[in-house]
Design a protein around this ligand. Structure first.
Ligand SMILES: C[S@@+](CC[C@H](N)C(=O)[O-])C[C@H]1O[C@@H](n2cnc3c(N)ncnc32)[C@H](O)[C@@H]1O
Length: 225
């Protein structure tokens, strides 16, 4: 994967109005410049704001374009792991011994809030969101702004329902954990809608910011964000 520092957000050559609006919204969400495509080649779009690469957002895809090469976001093996997990949960496992070592080790249960400290392309976050189920959620931290934007926008366009429960945020995990354990709830920005829903139903309700409680096999930690 190329090392990306400065990214501009734009659309395909002939976007519809919804794609323009979505790309503008994405740029704002990720703190990146939006550049109107205006029928131009990507090198001109990128040069307009002194960027090194473009994140081209259409209705169905988040494509990273750098140095003439294009990479459509995909969770890679995450898609296969997700399908295997969902098949096994529904009793349709082709191979009943096929397990996901990450899920086995993490012991994620329905309703859990999961903090993924190294989001990358979001494969682990995606399978964690599936295991956490409809009442759970995943906050995925990624220190590279370009990668956070690419993965965040890719997941927004990924059809699996579990992807709706992953929030990708550009942050350094150590800074986030330090902030999370030392900042009282009253001094924090409003949580995302998914985090508010989870917090309202969580066993730590009203006792933020950070709690640990015993569970079979070890401690479970919760952090409100
Ligand atoms: C090996 S990848 C993670 C792969 C990911 N778990 C997946 O399923 O696709 C590691 C990622 O962690 C990010 N990273 C490294 N240090 C970090 C930090 N201090 N805070 C947040 N993200 C970090 C890197 O930019 C990189 O994208």
């Amino acid at each position: 994967m190329p090392r990306l520092v400065r990214l501009a957000v734009t659309t395909p050559l002939r976007p519809d109005p919804l794609e323009v609006e979505a790309a503008r919204g994405a740029a704002e969400r990720h703190g990146l410049p939006y550049v109107a495509r205006d029928g131009r080649g990507l090198s001109r779009v990128v040069a307009e704001v002194g960027a090194e690469a473009a994140l081209v957002l259409s209705a169905g895809r988040a494509v990273l374009s750098s140095g003439g090469a294009e990479h459509a976001w995909s969770p890679g093996m995450g898609a296969l792991r997700l399908r295997r997990y969902l098949d096994a949960r529904a009793g349709r496992a082709a191979d009943p011994t096929a397990r996901d070592p990450f899920l086995d080790a993490a012991g994620i249960e329905p309703g859990d809030a999961v903090l993924d400290c190294t989001a990358g392309l979001g494969a682990d976050a995606l399978v964690a969101a599936a295991a956490a189920g409809p009442r759970g959620l995943v906050l995925a931290l990624e220190s590279s702004r370009a990668l956070a934007a690419w993965t965040g926008e890719g997941l927004r366009r990924f059809p699996a329902e579990a992807a709706r429960r992953v929030e990708v945020r550009c942050a350094d995990h150590l800074e986030h954990l330090t902030w999370s354990s030392s900042t009282p709830c009253s001094a924090r920005p409003a949580p995302s809608p998914a985090a508010s829903r989870w917090c309202a139903a969580s066993p730590t309700r009203g006792r933020c910011p950070q709690r640990r409680w015993p569970r079979p096999g070890g401690w479970r930690a919760a952090s409100w964000w």
